[in-house]
Structure formats: C-alpha cells, structure tokens
Ligand binder design. Structure first.
Ligand code: UMA
Ligand code: ADP
Length: 450
C-alpha cells in the first residue's frame, strides 16, 4: 500500500485554518506550524487541529525531513535557507490555491494587479449574481479559496495577491486579469522584475486573458485568447475602452457606447478602467455585456476605497484607507474635484514618494502628514506648499477639520472642501490593518460632529 504523505501546514491564519478544515474533512493527517509564539488557539482552530499537532515558534530546519508536503500561507515570507533546504530535499511546496485547483470542477475567474483587485472582484460578483448566476468571490478578498469548494458555485472568482501567487504552482481558469502593475510589496519580493514575474503566473493556465493595453508592464501570454481594455486610439475592435463624446466619458466596446461615466457611482477614471476590465471578463464568459453595463449603474463604492461617508455643510469626508501605495493615492486625488485636503502617512513602504511632489502641488490645497513616516514624507515632499505634520491620525483629523473651517471663513468663494484619507502608506504603525484604520477614521470624524 502507498504510504500516506505527511503534510505540514505553515501558518495558522485564515488560510491555514481553511487548509486544516479541508484536510480534516478528507481524513488527512497533518501538523500545523505558526511562527507566532503567542498565537491564540481559537475555538475555530481547535475544531480542525488537535492541540498536540500545533507547533508554535520559528520554523526549524529539522521539520523538513518530517514531512513530504508543505502548504504555505501567503503572509509567510519563507526564510531563504529554509526554502533552499525544502527544494534540495525535493519537498512539495504548495498553497491553498493549488489545492483548490486540484479539486475544483467549476468555472474560475482569476484577478490580480497592484490596485483595483478587490473593486473588480466585488463588481464582477455583483454583476454575476444580478444576472442570476451562482457566483462567489474568494481568495485575497477575505473568504478563503478552499471555502468556495464547500458549495458548488457556478462561478468562483479568485482575487489573488502576489503573496498568494508566489508559491502557487498552478491555477486553471476560464479568464484571468492583471488590473495593472506598479511597484508594491518590494520589501518581500525584492525586485520589481520579480514582482512582475509573480503577477504573470495568473495567465499561465487561462483560456482567456484580459489585457490592460495601456500598461507596459503587462505582457501577453502567447497561447491564450485575448480581450483588451484601456486601449488608446486607434481603438481595437474587441476592446473595452473609454471614449469622450460631447465632453462626457463613455465606456465603449469598440465604438459602441455601453455606459456613461455620469451614470456610475464609482468615482474616478481609474474606476472606468476597472469597469472596462470587468466587462471584458463578462464578454469572455459569453454573457450579455449590455445587461452587465446596466447593472453596474447600481454598484456602490466599496468600503475604504474613495468612500464618501459624511457630508457636513461644505465638507465632504472621504475614506480611502485602502490606498496603501503611491499609485492608488494618485488615482484618488485625480478622482476628486478641488478643493482637497489630503491626509497622508502611516508606515512608509519602499516607494519613491518624491514622485508625488508635482501632482500634489497642483491639486491639493493642504497636505497633512501623520504617523511613523512623517519625517521621511515631509523630507520627500518638500516641494508641496501648505504642509503640516502631526504625530497621529487622530490629530491629523482634528487639524484637517480646523483647516477646512478656516478656509471657508477666509475665502467665501469656496463651495466644497474634500477631506480625504488616502495615505499611500501601510497602517501598521498605528493599526493592525487598513480596515481598522478606515473604521477608526470614520468613527473619529463622526465624533467631531456629535
Ligand atoms: N504570520 C506569521 N507567522 C505565521 C503565519 C502568519 O507571522 O506562521 C503573519 C503574517 O506575516 C501576516 C499574518 O500573520 O502578517 C497573517 O498571515 P497569513 O498568511 O496567516 O494570512 P491569512 O490570515 O491566511 O490571510 C491571507 C491573506 N493575508 C496575507 O496575505 C497577509 C489575506 O489577505 C486573505 O484575505 C486571506 O489569506 C484569505 O485568502 C489580506 C491581505 O492583507 C487581506 N493581503 C495583502 C493585500 O491585500 O495587500 C496581500
Ligand atoms: P486592491 O485589492 O488591488 O488593493 P482595491 O480595489 O482594494 O485594490 O483598491 C485599492 C486602492 O487603489 C484604493 O485606494 C482604490 O481607490 C485604488 N484603485 C482602485 N482601482 C485602481 C486602479 N485601477 N488604478 C489605481 N488605483 C486604483
């Protein structure tokens, strides 16, 4: 009889728990490892993993010989020596996405990119459901990929981060999309080239690939069928693009108008591109793009993404806490009409922040820098006028409100002021996630008006 493989689960977060649940259901034996010494063993974990099968603390080299298969969670950046040793010993390294691929029998659509993944993923799920299809989004969006297998969805939509793709060997799908590629997560992936390479893994086993025509970092996979979006003039026939008619932006298929920007709730031209890519996916699935375009009109802003959440007098408060890199902050600032007070800061990433000088100088009335990165950001953004520096987000909120009120008092012609948190930094200096930062921001603002 063939010996059963010995399995190690590396990481006991959302992914690791979903893997444990899946393996337990399939009567597989495994040991779960997590580097966090003080990881709380929740009731959820206890349901799927026996206490004696959990090992906490740094992964020791000697565990390599104990197992044949290592299932790695996305948040784990495997130590180079450990990884080298796994490869030298010809161990199988895989992810929950590989297991999903091995067992899934339904349609899959895969989405990655530096910005726009979640917006595109949730918009696609919204449309498919409204079209009467059984569809569910999973992966990086929060619902683990393996949980999708518990109910047989006609369409599984997988949002995949570079962390998830890095160790994944194979993911097959009908259609795959890279929204765009700009530098991000370089502390983990080391070089931009490596990051680009990882993102392109999504195209390898896809029948259709959805290609952003205006992003030079995205390179087509030769063998796949291609659908284009974002093409500049001359517009390709099978391309979803943005064209101006009578001074208004329209999303078009070739030269056919599908939807006018004025009829969409999502703000900004970057969201027009996101919508183009979703329609291209719908087209690849052989579904009705006209019905889909109509459904898009009722899709609201996604929480923490240019989310207008409160209006008081002439101040609009906007939460864009998910803008954790330069490019997303640029999109936000471009999406909003004057006057803008921008709250920028948090934990700096390996990004070239001085890039922001010229665009912020032109569009932002006041810049308030906060958090751990305040020193480095104020140095890099020395060309921007009207900059104030504060320690915390809470102080930045109070200051932005005062600044807006002063502006109104002094300049009677100001009709509207937009105060936006679009930090271009991660949240980890003050918060555990961008969600926590966004929720805190909204709570503090509302408290100001109580
Ligand atoms: N960790 C350790 N030691 C371990 C295991 C984890 O220190 O042994 C740390 C990680 O470094 C990380 C945290 O614990 O800080 C969680 O890591 P994880 O791999 O256990 O994460 P999961 O809880 O399984 O959640 C993961 C994704 N998280 C990451 O990639 C960091 C979630 O994306 C995803 O929703 C979930 O799987 C389900 O698929 C979150 C995310 O922040 C939202 N993604 C990044 C992003 O969007 O930019 C990539
Ligand atoms: P992701 O899941 O890739 O992080 P989100 O949809 O959550 O993407 O959006 C993250 C941030 O990027 C938000 O601030 C959002 O406004 C901005 N954004 C969304 N789509 C794009 C895009 N196509 N180009 C640039 N920025 C974008």
């Amino acid at each position: 009889m063939k010996k059963k493989s010995s399995i190690a689960i590396l990481g006991l977060g959302v992914t690791g728990i979903s893997v444990a649940k899946y393996l337990k259901k399939n009567n597989e034996e495994f040991i779960a490892y997590d580097t966090r010494k003080n990881l709380l063993i929740t009731n959820e974990i206890k349901k799927y993993v026996k206490k004696e099968n959990i090992i906490l603390g740094n992964f020791k080299i000697n565990i390599i010989k104990k197992h044949d298969i290592f299932i790695v969670s996305p948040g784990i950046n495997l130590d180079e020596i450990f990884l080298k040793e796994l490869k030298k010993n010809k161990k199988i390294i895989k992810t929950d996405i590989d297991i999903f691929d091995e067992h899934n029998k339904k349609n899959v659509i895969c989405i990655t990119g530096s910005n726009g993944k979640t917006t595109v993923t949730l918009l696609l799920e919204f449309i498919l459901k409204k079209l009467g299809k059984k569809a569910k989004a999973g992966g990086n969006v929060g619902y683990p990929a393996l949980a999708l297998l518990e109910k047989e969805y006609e369409y599984n939509i997988l949002e995949l981060s570079s962390f998830q793709l890095e160790m994944t060997n194979k993911i097959s799908c009908i259609s795959s999309l890279i929204t765009n590629i700009t530098p991000d997560h370089l502390d983990r992936h080391k070089t931009f080239d490596n990051y680009i390479k990882i993102k392109h893994k999504i195209f390898l086993n896809s029948e259709y690939i959805i290609l952003n025509d205006s992003d030079k970092n995205i390179i087509p996979q030769r063998s796949a069928k291609k659908i284009f979006f974002g093409s500049k003039e001359p517009i390709k026939e099978n391309s979803f693009n943005i064209t101006k008619f009578n001074n208004k932006n329209y999303i078009c298929f070739g030269i056919k108008k599908l939807i006018c920007q004025d009829d969409i709730k999502l703000l900004g031209n970057h969201n027009l591109l996101n919508i183009c890519s979703v329609l291209a996916i719908i087209y690849s699935l052989n579904l009705n793009i006209y019905e889909a375009a109509n459904i898009i009109k009722s899709f609201p802003a996604v929480e923490h993404r240019i989310e207008k959440f409160y209006h008081n007098g002439i101040i609009n408060w906007i939460n864009d806490s998910k803008a954790t890199n330069i490019d997303s902050t640029i999109s936000a600032v471009l999406s909003i009409q004057r006057e803008i007070i921008l709250l920028l800061g948090g934990r700096a990433k390996e990004q070239n922040y001085s890039q922001l000088n010229s665009m912020l100088s032109g569009k932002v009335k006041n810049l308030i820098i906060f958090g751990e990165s305040r020193k480095i950001l104020s140095e890099k953004l020395s060309l921007v006028k009207n900059v104030t520096v504060t320690d915390t987000l809470e102080e930045a909120i109070k200051l932005s409100k005062k600044t807006a009120e002063n502006l109104v008092r002094n300049k009677k012609n100001i009709k509207e002021i937009n105060i936006i948190l679009s930090p271009a930094c991660s949240s980890f200096d003050e918060f555990t996630s961008y969600e926590e930062r966004g929720i805190y921001f909204k709570k503090c603002v509302l408290k100001e008006y109580r």
